[in-house]
Design a binder for this molecule. Structure first.
Ligand code: NAI
Ligand code: PYR
Length: 438
């Protein structure tokens, strides 16, 4: 049975980089003997909003809930739709309703990419940001009062639950165990005096269950400075929704460009499809110019394959783009627009993609092989994402049989979600929810 992937390109450069990502994932899976059926959707885009007045169709949960994974580009076109409407109306719904409570964002200097940090190259920066993805500062608890008057006010509450904080910390500790055994917590308990002390308490309580993991914590302000001044000291960093979002743009910027940074929005239990997307947004400033770097989208595809239990296929992709980047000239980093005015991007995005798909790890292209830039044969070269333990195969996906069961479970869960009484904390065990809704 083929794996099924929902493809949502979204807006701006999302529509440009997505075909590259799909081609790479398709080719890697085929070379690995796995069939993938892709289905493309045009919702979660400003074009959909223009036509329908909403970012998503009413039945989106049922539609997307039957897929094994969601491959996402980027959403947002602020000139037409305010960002809080487009993002909250689509991506943030996916993360919350599908309980994708872990957002994994690897930061690594890739071969061939020049870091803006002096004297830092491949191997010097290699850490993972584990971001809480469903609560925290990104909450819709709050409101506005006295609109349009002198007393106008706005309140938005940060929400941290013990369940929400513990489960993402637990994931981060387990990730650290599989990597270099070091976990850093991002806090700000000197200024945010209620939720952040709670975050710190939970970090201390959880760390007692992982005596083999070395821990430290920093206030977010000095942590950003440490990212720049001593990035080599980080292994895994766990952060609340907002802090994780910021750190995971800063981290990749320190490695050269956010254009290559991938991310995985994971529901570790496999109850719902997980979502894979580049860290970057729709980049209106370069959209339509063909200069968008497709590596963030392509690398996210590798994370998706790893999650779906196909680490060898994932490795083909990471070996391929690392090899191409190592050989490429410096023009693959985030473009300086003035320099690239006359250098349309068929020579960047598309070219990079062609090179990636024709590189040695995808042997079927023209039979040509060439040495891997690290000096190792690709087969000996562990998949960076997998070897570092940032992605675990989905709990629901080890065998075809288990997959069918998981899909049925998901349908039940999606049906439950559609019922008005649902709240995530009341989700009953899958088997009973199936009985109740059937
Ligand atoms: N996950 C998502 O869908 C996200 C959506 N957004 C949305 O995207 C829109 C633009 O947001 P910005 O803050 O400008 O962030 P952005 O990530 O879209 O762009 C920031 C800067 O990085 C450059 N850049 C981004 N990706 C690149 C790539 N692949 N290759 C080369 N250069 C690249 C852009 O040209 C821009 O100068 C907004 O509507 C925002 O809300 C922003 C971040 C994440
Ligand atoms: C909204 C946004 O920037 C993100 O979550 O990636």
């Amino acid at each position: 049975m083929a794996l099924s992937i929902a493809v949502i390109p979204g807006d701006g450069i999302g529509k440009e980089v997505m075909p590259h990502g799909v081609a790479a994932v398709q080719k890697a899976a085929t070379a690995d003997g796995t069939d993938i059926a892709f289905e493309w959707f045009d919702f979660a885009s400003v074009a959909h909003y223009r036509e329908h007045g909403t970012m998503l169709p009413e039945d989106w949960q049922t539609t997307l809930g039957r897929f094994d994974a969601i491959y996402f580009g980027a959403v947002g076109w602020p000139d037409e739709v305010p960002d809080h409407v487009s993002l909250w109306g689509s991506l943030l719904q996916f993360r919350r309703v599908f309980d994708q409570y872990v957002n994994i964002r690897p930061c690594r200097i890739l071969p061939g990419i020049v870091s803006p940090l002096r004297d830092r190259g491949p191997g010097d920066v290699d850490f993972v940001v584990v971001r809480e993805n469903t609560e925290g500062e990104y909450s819709n608890a709050g409101g506005r009062l006295f609109d349009g008057t002198g007393r106008e006010m706005a309140i938005q509450e940060t929400v941290m639950t013990r369940t929400g904080v513990d489960r993402v910390m637990d994931f981060a500790f387990r990730t650290a165990q599989k990597r270099r055994g070091h976990l850093t917590s991002a806090t700000k308990s000197n200024g945010i005096s209620i939720t952040m002390p709670f975050w710190d308490e939970r970090f201390a309580a959880n760390s007692s269950r992982y005596p083999d993991v070395e821990v430290d914590q920093f206030h977010i302000d000095i942590l950003t400075a440490h990212f720049v001044q001593r990035p080599h000291t980080f292994d895994v960093v766990v952060a609340s929704n907002l802090f994780g979002d910021i750190l995971s743009d800063l981290g990749p910027a320190c490695t050269g460009t956010i254009g290559v940074a991938p991310s995985a929005n994971i529901n570790p239990e496999g109850l719902f499809p997980s979502l894979f997307e580049p860290v970057h947004g729709s980049a209106p400033d370069i959209a339509g110019k063909g200069i968008a770097n497709p590596i963030g989208q392509i690398w996210s595809g590798a994370l998706m394959l790893e999650h779906l239990g196909l680490p060898a296929a994932a490795r083909r992709i990471t070996d391929a783009f690392e090899g191409v980047l190592a050989d490429a000239d410096a023009s693959v980093t985030t473009p300086r627009r003035r320099e690239h005015r006359h250098n349309p991007l068929v020579r960047r995005g598309d070219h990079l993609q062609d090179l990636t798909l024709c590189s040695a790890p995808f042997r079927s292209c023209n039979g040509a092989t060439r040495p891997h830039p690290t000096g190792h044969h690709p087969a000996e070269h562990a998949c960076p994402t997998h070897a570092h333990g940032s992605i675990e195969p989905s709990a629901g996906r080890p065998t075809a049989k288990a997959r069918v069961r998981s899909l049925e479970d998901r349908r039940c869960a999606v049906a439950l979600l559609s019922s008005s009484s649902f709240s995530s904390s009341s989700l009953p065990p899958i088997s009973s929810s199936c009985r109740r809704t059937s």
